[in-house]
Design a protein around this ligand. Structure first.
Ligand code: 5GP
Length: 202
């Protein structure tokens, strides 16, 4: 059974770094590469961070019902293609999605067993510092991201877990612990327990 792990965070919370660490630390995880209409930033290459496509192409894929979920974020479309879940299932892996709060809401209603994790920067000041240090965005974009963050943070209650990113190593350990604990919880009646119970009944 493939478990769906949804990870959301306001931009600048350190989510991409944490998700990359998680993928290195825990085996049998498939990272869902989203489709987006936004332009690649810096070193981003198509097929790694995202698949970059045009608005028309995106809207055609919506019409063909190819997305498990999609949303408009900062004026661009972002969506999870159905094939990502198929790929995880084929590999016997769990699926990790880095998506916003709107996408998380759509996926929870489709997959009630999905596990959702919200990553938070420790304060507004630290979030602002991180957004500036990245120096990828203009002043206007930074202001907008901070305003959006303030709104997004209010959605934390809908998530199963909150991870505060004070220090990246500790936060990555917490993420890995969540994935491992959820795996143990889900397989408790299966392969491991059955033979033990059988041995007591003999
Ligand atoms: P960025 O442009 O900074 O890479 O991402 C902006 C926001 O879009 C982030 O909050 C990210 O989680 C979200 N996002 C990325 N891919 C998807 C997706 O496939 N679906 C949804 N709903 N949001 C996404």
């Amino acid at each position: 059974m493939t478990t769906v792990f949804i990870i959301s965070a306001p931009s600048g919370s350190g989510k991409s770094t944490l998700v990359a660490r998680l993928m290195d630390m825990v085996p049998r995880l498939h990272f869902s590469v989203s489709y987006t209409t936004r332009a690649p930033r810096g070193q981003e290459k198509s097929g790694e961070s995202y698949h970059y496509i045009g608005r028309e192409e995106f809207e055609a894929a919506i019409a063909r019902d190819e997305f498990l979920e999609y949303a408009e974020v900062f004026g661009n479309y972002y969506g999870t293609h159905r094939s990502e879940l198929d790929r995880a299932r084929e590999q016997g892996a769990d699926l990790v999605l880095d998506i916003d709060v709107q996408g998380a809401r759509q996926l929870r209603s489709k997959f009630p067993d999905a596990v959702s994790i919200f990553i938070l920067a420790p304060s507004r000041e630290i979030l602002e510092e991180r957004l500036r240090a990245r120096s990828e965005d203009s002043e206007q974009v930074i202001e907008r991201r901070l305003r959006e963050a303030a709104k997004e943070i209010r959605n934390y209650v809908a998530y199963d877990y909150i991870v505060v990113n004070r220090e990246v190593g500790a936060a990555a350990d917490t993420l890995a612990a969540i994935v491992k604990a959820e795996r143990i919880r889900r397989c408790r009646m299966e392969d491991e327990v059955r033979p033990i119970l059988a041995s007591f009944e003999a």
